[in-house]
Structure formats: structure tokens, C-alpha cells
Design a protein around this ligand. Structure first.
Ligand code: HGY
Ligand code: MN
Ligand code: MN
Ligand code: MN
Length: 415
């Protein structure tokens, strides 16, 4: 096992874990082999660093520096990915936390407050469909019984997958003990956007996260034969879904004005015709809608307008539409005091100076924890801004700058 704590070397160690030969990029989904391998890597490296590693009741992993106790300074992110995701979304935050702790230890820094490096489970929601599932279970934002029974596309429930991974599914749920132990939480994350590239700075702190939610859609039509059914006699739910998705795009595109400070985003990234035969007119189409907006009221209004437009568009194809909310988080405003203390600590380091403050359209575990305790985020420059895709990147120098910024911040908070 390498003894390098350079964040670039740490990421290189896991660069071949969970590569997706079909989609490109990485597919590392909770409790599946690739993600289990990353959990083992994280545990090995944290123990090598002298941290005490223990999984919590919800499948998140905590690596403690110092006796766990009140006022713990938490940091970390997630190890799982979207299907065909990039190498940085999640692992950069976990690797940077290990690198920052290693650097502080090497400098002889002794924390006054305990520090915990945390790897959260199922942040992307790629397997069980709810984002930030590990942190939402910990805060009680989701119902444990419903989550335990929730199945993936293979029909494996969260409970079965968790139990097979050694996490006792009977124990999932709000974790008051761990929540009360955290004095604050800082998540470092690759920027998902290109603001830092445009500004010309390596790191930023976060101000807010857009409100965002997921809705499950079902378009009901009439299954039939592709060759024997005249075009005029069809109620094709694939055509209905296509019209509805275009309608959703049109509503959001009309409202989304990044230059004018308005964010209104609608995405359908997953569509499943049922039964899915080439020579079959589908009877149903299942799809998943992701909508994001600046504020809770604006997003609710946006979703209402999108839903109406989708129902009308699908209705014109003779198909009925179901829209069921799967998850939703109002916008998050990060703790201004903590945000400003991060900026003050970084301002004292010539390499950083006055770091920019950015809002983000991406959700994060820090956004879930913000409801319970002071949280903050550090963003690391992503040259193209592309994320949730194999092209996601961050330069070695910027990764190292991010880890150094995190070490500076942890020293200020835990010192
Ligand atoms: O979907 C998101 O914004 C996050 O990457 N889970
Ligand atoms: Mn992500
Ligand atoms: Mn992420
Ligand atoms: Mn036939």
C-alpha cells in the first residue's frame, strides 16, 4: 500500500475501480462490487492514517481523528457515482479529506476538537432512486421502512443489499448520537459548472444549493403490434412521453435565465418503454423527471407548470400521465458565519486570498446536513464544468490546491 497522501495519488489508486465499459466513465453504485471496493480502499487508507473507522447504522463510513465527541469537525463526501459518471464527483472530497488530515498530521497539528472523515452512502441515488440517501437516513429525512423495502431495477431491496454488505438494515434511521456529535460539516467537491474557470480561481466556497426534486412519471397507452396497427389507431406512450418531455423542456427553457439570475432546470435522464420490444408498441413508458429552481416556491410553481404541460402533451396522444414525487429538497443557504470563517482562513493564505462564493445547481450531502448543523462547501475548479459524465475533470494542481484549502480550513475549525 502506497504511503503517498497526495490527493492525485489517492485518486489514481482507485482510477480503475468501477470503470463502465459500455457507458464510459464510472458506474459505482451503493453496495455493489465497485462501491464495496471503494469502501474497503477508504477503510484501509483511513486506518493507515491512524483513524478509527466505523460504519454507522445507515451505511455511511466514519473515520475518526481523536476520540469521537461533541463539536466534531466533519468532512468528506461520497464514493458512489451516477451511471457512467466522472472520476471526481464524490471521491475528490473523500480523497482530499484523507490528504488534508495526513498533511496536518505530518505538520504535527494536534486537533483540539475531534475530526471525522465521512463517506456517505448512495449520494447519487443511482441504485435506489433517492439522492443523498445515506445522509437523509441519518437526519430522518426519509422513512426507514419505506427505504428498506425500496427495490432496485433487479428487484433487490435496500434492506437486502445493505444486509449483504454488512449493514444491519433493521437499524437504519435517524442517528441522533452521530448528528449531535457533529459541530459542523465541510464538504469539498469538484465544481459542477465552470464559474471558477471563468473567474480564474482554483477554489470557491458555496453560498447555496438550488431546490431540487425527482418525480417518477408513467405514460399509459395501448400495447400493440408495430406492423399490424395503423398509425391512426395508436395510443403510443413513447410518442406521448416524447411530446411531454419536449413540453417540459420548453417550460424550463423559457424560465431559465442564468445571466439574469434565474435557474429553472428540467431533465428526463431515464426512460424505460414497457415491454421494450423493437416490434412492439409499448403499453407504458416509465420515466424520471429532475427539476431544480432557485427557491422552494419558484420550484413548486415550475413543477406545477411542467406537470400541466406534460399532461396536455401526452393527452393529445391519447395517453394518461401519472406524476409521482419521489424526493424533494428546498433550496439550501449555507451557514453564513461558517462560510465567512472558511473565507477568512483562506484569505490568510496567499495562494487563495479572497475566494469566490458560488451557488450550485447540484445537490450534496452537505445540503442535507445543513438542516441539522452548520455546513459549508469548498468547490475545486473543473476546467470544462462538465460533470455526471466521463469528461468530468480537475487539474492535478487544482486538486492539490483544494486539499490544501481543506487542510487550512480544518486547522482553523479543529484547532
Ligand atoms: O444530482 C445531484 O445534483 C447530485 O450530484 N447528486
Ligand atoms: Mn453527482
Ligand atoms: Mn457529488
Ligand atoms: Mn409476431
Amino acid at each position: 500500500m502506497s504511503d503517498s497522501w497526495d490527493v492525485v495519488d489517492l485518486l489514481a489508486e482507485i482510477a480503475d475501480v468501477g470503470r463502465d465499459p459500455v457507458r464510459g466513465g464510472y458506474s459505482r453504485h451503493v453496495f455493489e462490487p465497485a462501491e464495496l471496493e471503494l469502501r474497503a480502499w477508504f477503510t484501509r487508507r483511513a486506518e493507515q492514517l491512524g483513524l478509527t473507522v466505523e460504519p454507522d447504522r445507515n451505511g455511511n463510513i466514519w473515520a475518526h481523528w481523536g476520540e469521537p465527541g461533541p463539536g466534531t469537525v466533519g468532512t468528506g463526501s461520497h464514493l458512489d457515482s451516477v451511471p457512467g459518471g466522472g472520476a471526481y464527483d464524490g471521491p475528490l472530497g473523500v480523497a482530499s479529506a484523507l490528504s488534508a488530515v495526513a498533511g496536518l498530521k505530518a505538520d504535527g497539528f494536534v486537533p483540539v476538537r475531534p475530526v471525522a472523515v465521512i463517506a456517505f452512502a448512495e449520494e447519487e441515488g443511482s441504485r435506489f432512486g433517492i439522492a443523498c440517501l445515506g445522509s437523509k437516513l441519518m437526519t430522518g429525512a426519509v422513512d426507514p421502512a419505506a427505504i428498506a423495502a425500496r427495490a432496485d431495477t433487479e428487484g433487490v431491496t435496500f434492506a437486502q443489499a445493505a444486509d449483504a454488505a454488512g449493514v444491519d438494515s433493521a437499524g437504519i434511521g435517524r442517528d441522533d448520537e452521530r448528528l449531535s456529535s457533529l459541530g459542523c460539516f465541510i464538504e469539498l467537491h469538484v465544481e459542477q459548472g465552470r464559474a471558477l474557470t471563468d473567474i480564474g480561481a482554483p477554489v470557491a466556497v458555496a453560498s447555496a444549493i438550488l431546490a431540487h426534486g425527482r418525480w417518477r412519471l408513467a405514460f399509459h397507452g395501448e400495447g400493440n403490434h408495430a406492423g399490424a396497427t395503423p398509425m391512426a389507431d395508436r395510443r403510443d406512450p413513447v410518442v406521448a412521453a416524447s411530446a411531454a418531455i419536449l413540453a417540459a423542456r420548453d417550460v424550463a427553457a423559457a424560465a431559465d435565465k442564468p445571466g439574469g439570475g434565474v435557474s429553472a432546470r428540467a431533465t428526463v435522464g431515464r426512460i424505460v418503454p414497457v415491454p421494450g420490444g423493437t416490434n412492439v408498441i409499448a403499453s407504458r413508458v416509465d420515466a424520471w423527471l429532475d427539476v431544480r429552481g432557485d427557491t422552494d416556491p419558484a420550484t413548486r410553481a415550475l413543477v406545477a407548470e411542467i406537470s400541466a404541460a406534460m399532461q396536455i402533451a401526452a393527452g393529445k396522444e391519447g395517453c394518461r400521465t401519472e406524476i409521482i414525487r419521489e424526493s424533494y429538497l428546498p433550496e439550501v443557504t449555507f451557514d453564513p458565519g461558517l462560510r465567512d470563517s472558511l473565507r477568512a482562513a483562506l484569505a490568510a493564505v496567499p495562494e487563495f486570498g479572497e475566494v469566490p462564493v458560488l451557488a450550485t445547481g447540484a445537490g450534496h450531502d452537505a445540503g442535507v446536513l445543513a438542516a441539522e448543523l452548520p455546513t459549508a462547501m469548498l468547490f475545486v475548479r473543473n476546467p470544462t464544468g462538465v460533470s455526471h459524465a466521463p469528461a468530468e475533470s480537475s487539474s492535478d494542481d487544482d486538486c492539490r490546491a483544494g486539499a490544501a484549502a481543506l487542510a487550512t480550513v480544518l486547522a482553523a475549525l479543529a484547532g
